[in-house]
Design a binder for this molecule. Structure first.
Ligand code: HEC
Length: 100
């Protein structure tokens, strides 16, 4: 089953990173995002959206929507679960400033 292996790696990364994630250090979080959305914000999988160069406010709103469950998606809900407001804003800015 394709979904199982494609999810296992980021899940493991997430678990490994969760313990040492520091406030203000985004690189641990971004490494997890990169597993699906690409290091450059360009996704390799057709069912994963590119984030590079997307509007900052849009990205922030989507992450918030995943966190609250307003936008339903299992993996993204899981990823956004522990994010602080500041982290969500930093992440949105990070991807918005990446070249497409
Ligand atoms: C397991 C794979 C996976 C991981 C890891 C992951 N994402 Fe996603 N992400 C997705 C998928 C799939 C979608 C599309 C969801 C849908 O179809 O509604 C998505 C959607 C999004 C969107 C909405 C984009 C849009 O155009 O609407 C944002 C923003 C986002 N992810 C940010 C992140 C961030 C930030 C992280 C790291 C904290 C992350 N994602 C980690 C798979 C992942």
């Amino acid at each position: 089953m394709r979904i199982t292996t494609s999810l296992l790696f980021p899940m493991l990364l997430f678990i490994a990173g969760a313990g040492r994630a520091q406030a203000g250090d985004l690189s641990d979080v971004l490494a997890q995002c990169a597993a699906c959305h690409g290091v450059e914000g360009i996704a390799k999988s057709a069912d994963v959206p590119h984030l590079a160069g997307q509007n900052e406010l849009y990205l922030l709103n989507q992450i918030k929507a995943f966190k609250t469950g307003r936008r339903a998606h299992k993996e993204m809900r899981y990823m956004s679960r522990q994010m602080s407001e500041a982290e969500m804003r930093d992440i949105a800015r990070h991807y918005a400033t990446m070249p497409r």
